[in-house]
Design a protein around this ligand. Structure first.
Ligand code: FAD
Length: 368
């Protein structure tokens, strides 16, 4: 099955024959304006978000790249950057953004299943859980213990943390209230491209430049208000040229998931600051960057652990094992790790370094 094909590009792998493309399986399924948000699986996420916006709706969370297909999103277990604040936007509170899936079962019959029963079947349609497309406001801060505490608060509707060899930046979006100061509205000309470039790419590319440009200027001015549907699409469209350059410079992108108690991230040996220090040590020598996402709530009494998502962009496949060996200094107490099914597969390196690689399902229970 081939949706938009990004996972094959990230894995540097051809799709196995026979090829089934889903690009004609697009649009609303059983169009119905009475609140039925169901789309065919080949529909690009951008089309879905545009259609929802017209109805005053959006998703509480979605992968940051918006030209993936819905089927590719489900099958790869992709996720967004939601914080615990997003969960409380739906009633009853839940992290799952899929309500129901239409799939082909083992007998070749079309059937409907709950997202937590999905086990790699062909996806025909996806019924989405939507939220109101409210205004949210972003803020960026440099890494420190105090700012890590601020980042981990439950008011986060979206949050992400970028780490490179020189800096680490915490980004957080909260619900915009009328009394919150803001003189900046997104989107405007090139706002998505500039925001992504400043926060993610610049620090990984140029030593110190990130601190000078982003750190001193943008951190103070990153207070923009936007609708939620703009904020969740953080990554701009990759042009064929930038996709080719990424291959030519041997850029690799993989993602690891491990369970962690959200409260342990606040201080002590398992703190977010310690993780950032370990990653910075790697990136200061080998370049590249890591992005941390975590939807766990530190205030929810019942929650023992929640996935921490570590998206890694480095140069050269040969450096993957070094990265994981470095990470092990922080994750010494962790045995089980999952890998992102829609990105480069680093299972062998993980197993060689003593981890057990557990499957990750698109069940929506932990996935945000
Ligand atoms: C720039 C960039 C940013 C990204 N950001 C994020 C992010 O924020 N969060 C995240 O989690 N991931 C992210 N990803 C990874 C991306 O979400 C995955 O690679 C995803 O699989 C891409 O969707 P696609 O439609 O291109 O899928 P494809 O690559 O076409 O397919 C992915 C897998 O799903 C299968 N498949 C496709 N359609 C169906 C179907 N209808 N039924 C059953 N199986 C099907 C395919 O066989 C394949 O195994 C990013 C990738 C890029 C390149």
């Amino acid at each position: 099955m081939i949706g938009s094909g990004w996972s094959f590009w990230l894995k540097r792998r051809y799709a196995a024959s026979p090829h089934i493309f889903t690009h004609r399986l697009r649009g609303r399924h059983r169009p119905n304006d009475s609140g039925d948000f169901t789309y065919l699986s080949g529909t690009p996420l951008c089309d879905v978000l545009d259609d929802l916006r017209k109805r005053g709706k959006t998703l509480a969370s979605a992968p940051a790249i918006d030209d993936i297909s819905l089927g590719g999103w489900v099958a790869s277990g992709s996720h967004g950057s939601a914080g615990p604040g997003a969960k409380h936007m739906v009633s009853p509170p839940t992290h799952s953004k899929f309500v129901e899936l239409g799939v082909v079962d083992v007998n070749g019959d079309a059937t409907r299943i709950k997202p937590n029963s999905y086990q790699g079947q062909i996806v025909l349609w996806v019924k989405l859980r939507t939220v109101d497309n409210i205004d949210i406001q972003k803020e960026a801060r440099p890494m420190s213990d105090t700012n890590a505490e601020w980042w981990l608060r439950d008011d986060a509707v979206q949050r992400m943390l970028f780490v490179n060899g020189h800096d680490a930046f915490l980004l957080k979006w909260v619900i915009h209230r009328p009394l919150m100061h803001s003189d900046h509205r997104d989107p405007h000309c090139c706002s998505r491209e500039c925001g992504w470039f400043q926060a993610d790419v610049l620090g990984a590319m140029c030593k110190g430049a990130c601190l000078k440009w982003f750190g001193r200027h943008a951190l103070r001015t990153w207070k923009g208000v936007s609708t939620l549907d703009y904020a969740i699409r953080f990554v701009p469209r990759l042009t064929p040229v930038s996709a080719l350059i990424s291959v030519l410079v041997a850029n690799v992108n993989f993602e690891l998931f491990f369970m962690i108690n959200p409260r342990s991230l606040l201080n002590g040996q398992h703190s977010l600051s310690n993780l950032v220090k370990v990653l910075q040590k790697y990136h200061s020598v080998y370049g590249g960057r890591s992005e941390i996402r975590h939807g766990g709530s530190r205030d929810e009494e019942t929650l023992d652990s929640y996935p921490l998502m570590l998206d890694v962009g480095i140069v050269g496949e040969r450096n993957v094992a070094t990265y994981i060996a470095c990470l092990k200094r922080y994750t010494l107490w962790i045995k089980n790790v999952s890998v992102h099914m829609g990105k480069m597969d680093v299972t062998n390196s993980l197993v060689q370094l003593g981890y057990t690689v557990v499957p990750r399902h698109a069940d929506g229970r932990h996935d945000v």
